[in-house]
Write a protein that binds this ligand. Sequence first.
Ligand SMILES: Nc1ncnc2c1ncn2[C@@H]1O[C@H](COP(=O)(O)OP(=O)(O)OP(=O)(O)O)[C@@H](O)[C@H]1O
Length: 255
Amino acid sequence: MAEVLVRSLTVKTGHATLVRAASFNLSAGELVIIIGENGAGKSSLMRAVAGYLPVTNGRCLIDGKDIARLKPAERAKLMAWLPQSPSIAWPIRVRDAVALGRFPHGAVPWKLAPTDAAAIDKALTDCDLDHLVNRSITTLSGGELARVHIARALACDVPVLLADEPVAALDPRHQLSVMQLLRNMTERGASVLVILHDLALAARFADRIIGMKGGEIIIDSNAVDVISPVVIRELFGVEVAVNHDSGWPQPVLVG
Ligand SMILES: Nc1ncnc2c1ncn2[C@@H]1O[C@H](COP(=O)(O)OP(=O)(O)OP(=O)(O)O)[C@@H](O)[C@H]1O
């Protein structure tokens, strides 16, 4: 279990400010979802939290330790980051690609401890990849490959998971099952931060939703507060009607 505290985080590159004074908490057992228009700064914020983008001002702490000061090996034991467009350059088998997720625990694919093998097998099954374990990743469809990357992140089995649009390439059934997997992780105590463009999925699964615009956090609240016509108009410049019949706010584009 781990807690992430982000305080007044600013990221600048050249003359551009990608993230401006962002502050939020990600506690153990929480699923927090970031939404916002293209270019709002969501990925930049997540990359900075993950320690892969230099922070200009502010701090990002994990259990009180400054993430930027952690050695990569220490950080990898605490936090997994699934980028928006992950890539593995070699034509390796699906199972070996997922096994890469066990590197932070000292595993190598040709010498897996029983705990490593169990984590890999569970991630493969959870991501509906059992029938593809021996396929080369270069032969997979876009959605199948996306599920391999998600499985690799799940196999890390670390306290904090950051995932940048993990379900964008998935069909509705796999979108729901992956979001449910993330929810299950939080129920076991993990802290999960996800970027999503699907507002209905965000509303259904999030404990909190962070709305970003122009590099700033505009709102950080529950789904009912964020998925409202006023806030969605401010964040995205579109009109929505919101239906609450299913127990969570479901936005529908209107006009
Ligand atoms: N190295 C850079 N130099 C200049 N501008 C950059 C750089 N990296 C990112 N940006 C800009 O910063 C802004 C935020 O980018 P970011 O990738 O964080 O957006 P995002 O909210 O994740 O968008 P999307 O929904 O399209 O993935 C964008 O306008 C992008 O063009």
